[in-house]
Write a new protein. Structure first.
Length: 89
């Protein structure tokens, strides 16, 4: 699987290790974020963070992981934020 965050972490060994640890099975937080995306049928990181009463920084990593796994896709933008939807098989 290609590391889609490579430009962000600039080759940092810890970031590479974290990316390499992603499995096909969703972790609890990934599953929670994924369920919000399924239920909303188009939602932003900001929307999810507000619904979960947490910061966007806690959600954006899960979105990146889900996108890298091919589970979600960006379908547009709203108020400067990417809109995520599930990636239908």
């Amino acid at each position: 699987m290609k590391d889609i965050t490579q430009n962000k972490h600039g080759g940092n060994a810890n970031s590479k290790a974290a990316f390499g640890g992603i499995k096909d099975e969703l972790k609890p937080r990934q599953r929670e974020v994924y369920l919000y995306i399924i239920c909303a049928n188009g939602i932003t990181c900001k929307d999810i963070a507000e619904a979960m009463n947490t910061g966007m920084n806690a959600i954006s990593g899960r979105l990146t992981e889900l996108k890298a796994m091919g589970k979600i896709k960006v379908t547009g933008r709203r108020d400067g934020c990417a809109i995520y939807q599930i990636n239908e098989p």
